[in-house]
Design a protein around this ligand. Sequence first.
Ligand code: TMP
Length: 251
Amino acid sequence: MARRKKIYEGKAKILYEGPEPGTIVQYFKDDATAFNAEKKDVIEGKGVLNNRLSEFFMTGLNQIGVPTHFIRRLNMREQLVRNCEIIPLEVIVRNYAAGSMSKRLGIAEGTQLPRPIVEYCYKDDSLGDPLVTEEHIAAFGWAGQQDMDDILSLALRVNDFLSGVMLAVGIRLVDFKIEIGRIYDGDFQRLVVADEISPDSCRLWDIETGQKLDKDVFRRDLGNLTDAYSEVARRLGVMPKSAVAKPTLIN
Ligand code: TMP
């Protein structure tokens, strides 16, 4: 078989040309980075877990009518997705204060917010993905007014869905980040949830104990990242048992 053409390599994923026009193969690496790649490591098994978890969330969203780029999972580390033009924004939804919002506004981590708060960051690694307002987005033409209305509605629907799914397995969805893509169907364009939804891009806390089950485990050196992600996968019934079983030490 001919070697696939690599289209793009990011910090956690590689994109290859897909088998049909308009498709892309998204490969999940084991690489973990934080603080704009100042901190890096290879976490064995992370890619496999995120591929499965993102499949689970994207499939669920598609089923309730929230459009995503996801088509199907291909294997342990790859999924087939619709090719789309990524809007250069990180769309963050917060239900509880944490991370950069806590720092910026001096609100203790874990404080429940009066309502979900949506923030936008401009996707540019060289600038460290700075927070921007809708004024910047409109003035610089990153997205139009209709796009912004659609993005807000997608973000809040994803929040409702993910919060519910997580709550059902005893996990609090503190916040998350999504990316939005444009798909052109003839003369029409529509927006879809793109990239990935995984514990790399969410904050997930156990409701009872407050234990962190997301990438903060890596960012803040709180323990084993694959154990945390495996726990999320196990609770959601996502991974076959054998794939999440920890290696057993003999003797
Ligand atoms: P923050 O509190 O660091 O701004 O992060 C908000 C949410 O966005 C959190 O769930 C983690 C996620 N996130 C990403 O997915 N990618 C990033 O580069 C950053 C900084 C945060």
